[in-house]
Design a protein around this ligand. Structure first.
Ligand code: TRP
Length: 335
């Protein structure tokens, strides 16, 4: 089949990204870009599905996301990096797909149900559950099908959306009697899940995250807050790495085998205290992030370069998108 080497994925513009995004998603994209024709985009329209009335930081948040991607190693020579709203073909495809998507498909989308819960939780009012929010999975399907991507590298939380996309692709082909779309598959990575320093899901709203853009000092401070083995009160108490809630888990992600053996030994023989362990851990994390942070600084100081990457990526994406839309219009028999 044509384009059988294409992937596409995106993120909502949530602002500066944290190491959970890096380890869970971006690092994987960076590797994949050498193997596949790759499209990565900022889903700024998706941001409006819940934050239509809080757009003051939307532009800067979108730029920050791309800056973090570039810092982590997405290469604009390898990948097409674009802004959803700068590829308006997305909106056109969304219209066609919205016409054929049964209402109950979007209503039972589990990821959407979670979002609806969050939107409602403020005062229980349903005012914020808009027509556009219900269309979230359809818009996402438009993003994916616009490029006829074979694979969509996403986190596990997005898999249900990719499933709907497959259903919509199949339905479109069967209604119009043409194989316009292939059925994209989620591409899950084997990356490690990293929790926040308090042991909960890492997120900026929980104030437990380590940002790609944080300074070394801020990172060290955060890591010093990491939860350890709660039963270990004094330094010479024997520790239990299997009961260490956060610090040792971080070691398993950031350390090599030798580090892990050393830490385990120090902890379990009571010869290394939690504070020392975390100080070392902070050094480890900082050294892993050093190059990324330097690259980030460069792009931060050259915002024009970031902007140009987005503009030229969006132009390039439009060309591919146009080809798909021509086929769609032909299939639908729209004038
Ligand atoms: N829903 C995704 C998220 O919240 C963002 C997204 C929108 C996306 N469209 C997409 C991801 C298309 C992959 C492909 O992270």
């Amino acid at each position: 089949m044509e384009n059988n080497n294409r992937i596409m994925s995106g993120m909502r513009p949530t602002g500066k990204l944290h190491i959970g995004h890096y380890l869970g998603v971006i690092d994987n994209w960076v590797k994949l870009q050498y193997k596949y024709e790759s499209y990565f985009f900022v889903a700024d329209w998706h941001a409006l599905t819940t934050k239509y009335n809080k757009t003051e930081n939307l532009r800067q948040d979108s730029i920050d996301v791309v800056t973090d991607w570039l810092a982590c190693g997405l290469d604009p020579k390898k990948s097409t990096i674009y802004m959803q709203s700068l590829v308006p073909e997305t909106a056109e495809l969304h219209i066609y797909l919205s016409m054929i998507t049964p209402q109950h498909w979007v209503e039972k989308d589990p990821t959407l149900k979670d979002i609806v819960k969050i939107v409602k939780s403020g005062d229980g009012s349903t005012e914020g559950i808009t027509y556009g929010l219900l269309g979230y999975p359809v818009l996402m399907s438009a993003d994916i099908l616009l490029f006829n991507a074979q694979y969509v590298p996403v986190g596990i939380d997005q898999v249900a959306h990719v499933e709907i996309t497959r259903d919509i692709a199949r339905r479109f082909n069967s209604i119009y009697g043409k194989e316009v779309f292939n059925e994209p598959k989620p591409l899950l990575n084997d990356c490690s899940y990293i929790c926040g320093v308090d042991g909960n899901k890492m997120g900026k709203s929980y104030n437990n995250d380590i940002k790609i853009s944080d300074t070394e000092e801020a990172t060290t401070k955060r890591i010093m807050q990491a939860i350890t083995d709660r039963s270990r009160i004094r330094r010479d108490d024997l520790g239990h790495t299997d009961q260490c809630e956060v610090a040792f888990k971080y070691w398993q992600i950031f350390g090599n085998e030798e580090d892990i053996t050393e830490i385990k030994h120090g902890c379990e023989t009571g010869t290394m205290g939690c504070a020392d362990c975390k100080r070392k851990l902070a050094q480890k994390v900082n050294s892993r992030l050093q190059e990324i942070r330097e690259t980030r600084k460069y792009y931060e100081e050259h915002p024009k370069i970031v902007k140009d990457i987005i503009l030229s990526g969006s132009e390039k994406a439009r060309k591919t998108a146009r080809e798909t839309l021509d086929k769609v219009r032909e299939a639908v028999k729209i004038y």
